[in-house]
Design a protein around this ligand. Structure first.
Ligand code: KIV
Length: 276
């Protein structure tokens, strides 16, 4: 078996995620770096190299400034350090909204240059044709409906979606068109439980919720949010660790040791074996 086919068979494939519809919940987290991907790989079914990397790692105010090159660089790091999980790379703002053939070229660059198995697009109604164009040409696509962070300039901020009946109906229709166009699963972000449940019942592929209740086939969070790296997190995040507090404590202890001369000690020092 060639190295290529071994790589292709040991990872969870998009079609295996699709087959989990209604079954054991699908576990997804974001990953942007090699050390984090290595830790997350064992417990997760899907690692998403989200364009949230722009805000989480690069300190951008939103995801608009994220480039294809940034996504490829982080995708490569995550692929190098993971073995098992399905790796999906977000297509950044501006990389897929134009002609489908251009979206295809950008998606192919992501797949070829990272080795990831799928891309994600934020899928308003205008993107359904592009999803169909990509999937018919061998590019697995994860959809994304509800709160779409790349719509921040039009929306003027981030807000939960689908509170009004007409907006809820639009979101259900967007999920249906993404699934009909061939998306292997659909992220549902920032919607009420009733809307998430409606989408989950309406489409034949799994829904992956973020701020979208337990009425989805799987869940995703931004890893740094759930590890407690930030002072503030949205209501839908559960903090499973206090990394911010733990890092601050470790850095204070290190600084105190350096200032007092307690670090480095004998255990952290190389000694010459040469006789003087
Ligand atoms: O960019 C991202 O991280 C995302 C999710 C959290 C779904 O799109």
């Amino acid at each position: 078996m060639s190295a290529y086919s071994a790589e292709a068979t040991r990872r969870i494939a998009p079609r295996q995620i699709t087959a989990r519809k209604g079954g054991e919940p699908i576990v997804c987290l974001t990953a942007y770096t090699a050390p984090m991907a290595a830790i997350l790989d064992e417990a997760c079914d899907v690692l998403l190299v989200g364009d949230s990397v722009g805000m989480v790692v690069h300190g951008l105010p939103n995801t608009i400034g994220v480039t294809l090159e940034m996504m490829i660089l982080h995708g490569q790091a995550v692929m190098r350090a993971s073995r098992r999980a399905l790796v999906v790379v977000d297509m950044p703002f501006g990389a897929y909204e134009g002609p489908p053939a251009r979206a295809y070229d950008n998606a192919v660059r992501i797949l070829k240059e990272t080795g990831a198995q799928a891309v994600k697009v934020e899928s308003g109604p205008e993107v359904a044709d592009t999803i169909a164009y990509l999937t018919r040409r061998g590019v697995p696509v994860m959809g994304h409906v509800g709160l779409r962070p790349q719509a921040v300039l039009m929306e003027g901020g981030f807000r939960a979606r689908g509170k009004r009946a007409d907006e809820a109906a639009c979101i259900v229709a967007e999920a249906e068109s993404a699934a009909a166009a061939g998306a292997f699963c659909v992220v549902v972000e920032g919607v009420a439980e009733s809307v998430a449940a409606k989408i989950t019942a309406a489409i034949a592929v799994p829904t992956i919720g973020i701020g979208a209740s337990a009425g989805c086939d799987g869940q995703i969070l931004v890893t740094e949010d759930m590890l407690g790296l930030f002072e503030w997190t949205p209501k839908f995040v559960r903090r499973y660790a206090d990394l911010r507090g733990e890092i601050a404590r470790a850095v204070r202890d290190y600084a105190a040791d350096v200032r007092s001369g307690a670090f480095p000690g004998a255990a952290e020092t190389y000694f010459s074996t040469l006789k003087a």
